[in-house]
Design a protein around this ligand. Structure first.
Ligand code: NAD
Length: 260
């Protein structure tokens, strides 16, 4: 149902972003992959997406800390595929440390990648969506857009912030056929989660098993990690015409975490 549409997905070389790309391409969308990684692996993913969609799949290495590169990626997508219909703000990084020990450059990087890049993506993409009278803006927020955990001050601030941008933009584009929503996963098993285990072990003096059981899954009543496919399935639904009245929302996929 997405034939003829183009989706630009930041941070889609891995984890949740790659799952979004696969789900949208399976419905015929042209996709723009973005993010870092090994060139051969990125090219293999790009080629597989093109194969699956029967439409174009581009890779753009725009660094989400760089507004000029973000804008250039959106303009390139419009030029090379004919439109920018779906934008998914998904790139994100994490750093775990108490505020008094939190490196200032990590604060700046998390705010740039997890918060400001979403603003720059939306700003550049909305004129293209307005031209078509249709658009979908989806942002991967987090359970940490609703609640906090210690030692994640930058991440929690950025995730609360993207919900604010999303609500505001949803109001600004409400009569243009464009929706803007956040998806807020709980813990999803991806490299982002795996990579924070050593820091959490150090910050809290715990073993790997204790971090998984007592820190990560402690918050999640289902005691299961969310899967990347479950998150992508919700994004796909938000792209359907049936979802046109869902806008300005922050939808949880968190195994009951934020119900507590
Ligand atoms: P991941 O590490 O697998 O993927 C992150 C992606 O962002 C990668 O493609 C990476 O290359 C890209 N990226 C990082 N810095 C970038 C930059 N400067 N410019 C462009 N791309 C950059 O992580 P993930 O778990 O799939 O995370 C995706 C999103 O989901 C993030 O916004 C994250 O905060 C959010 N999220 C993850 C979880 C979880 O438990 N994994 C839970 C809630 C929210």
């Amino acid at each position: 149902f997405l034939k003829g549409k183009t989706a630009v997905i930041s941070g889609s070389t891995s984890g949740i972003g790659l799952a979004y790309a696969k789900a949208l391409a399976a419905e015929g969308a042209a996709v723009v992959l973005n993010g870092f990684g090994e060139a051969d692996a990125i090219e293999a993913n790009r080629a597989a997406l093109e194969q699956a969609s029967g439409a174009a799949a581009l890779y753009d290495p725009a660094d989400m800390t760089r507004p000029d590169q973000i804008e250039a990626m959106i303009e390139r997508a419009a030029k090379e595929t004919g439109s920018v219909d779906i934008v998914i703000n998904n790139a994100g990084i994490q750093h775990v440390a108490p505020i008094t020990e939190f490196p200032v450059e990590k604060w700046d990087a998390i705010i740039a990648i997890n918060l400001s890049s979403a603003w720059h993506m939306m700003r550049a993409a909305i004129p293209h969506m307005r031209q078509k009278g249709w658009g979908r803006i989806i942002t991967t927020a987090s359970a940490h857009s609703l609640v906090a955990s210690p030692n994640k001050s930058a991440y929690v601030a950025a995730k609360h912030g993207v919900v604010g941008i999303t609500k505001t933009v949803a109001l600004e584009v409400a009569t243009d056929g464009i929706t803007a929503n956040c998806i807020s996963p709980g813990y999803v098993w991806t490299p982002l989660v795996e990579n924070q285990i050593p820091d959490t072990m150090k910050a809290r003096g715990l073993s790997r098993e204790q971090v998984i059981e007592d820190v990560l899954l402690k918050a999640q009543p289902t005691k299961e990690f969310v899967t990347i496919e479950q998150v992508a399935a919700l994004a796909l639904f938000l792209c359907r015409d049936e979802a046109k009245s869902i806008t300005g929302a922050n939808l949880s996929v968190d195994g009951g975490w934020t119900a507590q």
